[in-house]
Design a protein around this ligand. Sequence first.
Ligand code: PDD
Length: 281
Amino acid sequence: RTVYVNGDYLPETEAKVSIFDRGFLMADGVYEVTSVLGGKLIDFAGHAKRLERSLGELDMAAPVTSEELLEIHRQLVEKNGITDGLVYLQITRGAPEDRDFAFPDPATTPSTIVLFTQNKPGLADSPAAKVGMKVISIPDVRWHRRDIKTVQLLYPSMGKMMAKKAGCDDAWMIEDGFVTEGTSNNAYIVKGGKIITRELSTDILHGITRAAVLRFAAEAQMEVEERNFTIEEAMQADEAFITSASAFVMPVVEIDGASLGDGKPGPVAARLREIYLEESL
Ligand code: PDD
């Protein structure tokens, strides 16, 4: 695989990042995941814009412009022959001479930028979309700036493992009694045809797929309500689903052991998935 590191395209075995890199030592970095379908980058502009915002919120310099970033994405997709898959991008505050909590001077410590692709043939035809996901609920103990897409992913990884141990696919996180989001996706329920999802704030990541799906839902005259919901309300819902750049729209059929509706993926999630993939291709 050819990867990109600080200006160079290299075989992955030759790519190097310092052990003093603050991404490695302190999770001081941000990332984006953009999907590729039929060789086309999905919603690149949205991801580039969110990246800019994440960097700004952390007072981190952007090492490349959005135009350069697009070109790097395109080059990697081409060099690695990706038809369906993902492009992962990470920017960290770079590698100072020593470990230090204070941010290094960006004039002497340039940020680190790394990109790589993941080949996922048939990404849009995932069999999971026909079966649906099972989720458990866990407390949300993450920090309170979840709107910044940082690489601090230990708790979401632990949540994923808790779900696996319970024989499930993912975990929905709960704070003050309300669902925030999934470990790596935004959460939705459907009741009486109405799509309900938490409003945007610093409590959740502002999903690029979320923005697109809500726009398509409105265009299709589907009713959308952005508000908090509890796990109890979710368990009583007609259907549920999640969205993310890598899963698109994925139905949820079970929450904490309780089947939703008839235990099969619901029609609203199926329709939104269809519209999203159609519009994206
Ligand atoms: N995760 N919420 C969280 C906590 C996420 O990590 C993600 C994305 C989302 C959905 O955002 P988007 O629609 O922009 O992908 C919501 C990516 C895919 C990941 O970590 O792999």
